[in-house]
Design a binder for this molecule. Sequence first.
Ligand SMILES: [Zn+2]
Length: 140
Amino acid sequence: MTVGRELARDERKGIRRLVTGWCANYDSGEDICLPLDGSCYMLGKGWTGSFCRYFRGSVLPLDPVLEKAVCEEGPPPDTKPCAVCGKPFLPEGRQAYCSPACKDEGNRRRSRERMRKKRAKPGQGCYDLGLPKARGSKGS
Ligand SMILES: [Zn+2]
């Protein structure tokens, strides 16, 4: 087992978000870990390694990017920013969005963009007749 490394600020923030939002043992009213009847070990954590077992097994997997980042040794995970919300995620294949919701939004934006382009064209439509001229301008 390695000593671990210091957690980045974003990683600590991510852990806090998971604990306060998802951990079944966390009591938000008292700000304590119920089984420990004391402050949550994960909230004060500054280093990787030896996570709370419940957190590691049941809470951390909710954020696969964070899980990979704080639990795996070696280079940072191969994440990609979501094309819609910019949130990093682990792409499967050629996936460009972090979630189905973002995928829908992405498709909507793309078709809106297509419509806009289509609508922008007609103004120049009459010049289509001059096409041979454009071609001929290559000269010689
Ligand atoms: Zn997204």
